[in-house]
Write a protein that binds this ligand. Sequence first.
Ligand code: URA
Length: 258
Amino acid sequence: MRLDKYLCEAGLGTRTQVKKLLKSGVVAVNGRTVFRPEQKLSETDRVEVSGKEISVSEFEYWMLNKPDGYVSATEDRTFPTVLELLPEGARGDLFPVGRLDRDTEGLLLLTNDGKLAHFLLSPRRHVDKVYYARIRGEITEAHVKAFEEGLDIGDEKRTLPAVLEILPKSREKDAGASEWESRESEDCTPEAEPEIRVTLREGRYHQVKRMFEAVGCRVMYLKRLSMGSLRLDETLAPGEARPLTEEEVKALKEETGC
Ligand code: URA
């Protein structure tokens, strides 16, 4: 790997910032000051910045607040991909863990840890995914029951039981409403679009939209709030990303047994 790329991946800044760092003469490889960004490193080379050894961790984990309009893929011919939203210093081998539809917003995990991704997506592990949605059509207790029983959405098997919660209408919310509920409804919810939260234990293609279609309704807006223990950081504006904290990574690994 090139030295400048290595320094970027170690979190020392963008390519431009790293070039400046090299110019200032604080970077040493195996005890010798190096100025050339293109210098190649081998596995055993020891890199120091201002006398402190630095290393690149094997895995990176990023939380993205996915905005509308981006595809959850590493490349696409027509639309921008979620990878384009990561900062310049992020590793080049990251991929999204599962897919959100192009028009779905919210929590998306990006990593290069294939094992963790596999465990999080495995249909046998039933990692909970929580979504907020606005729906066209009336939602009643009958829908709650139907979701609980599992639905025929045209696949071989019915869906696993899902928890559907009808959120109180914005103006009826009491002071004790959770942060999620009150934040989501800050934007003017059209009167005719009930707000719901749904918890799925699986992740089939277009699953939330297909479940609502199966009961005669339509999803008008969809946002993922959490996946397992990982909860969307609401301080991230749509399109913003941040690395997961050590605690967040630890909790995900613990719950998947990775
Ligand atoms: N279900 C959907 O219908 N779309 C998504 O993006 C995620 C879950």
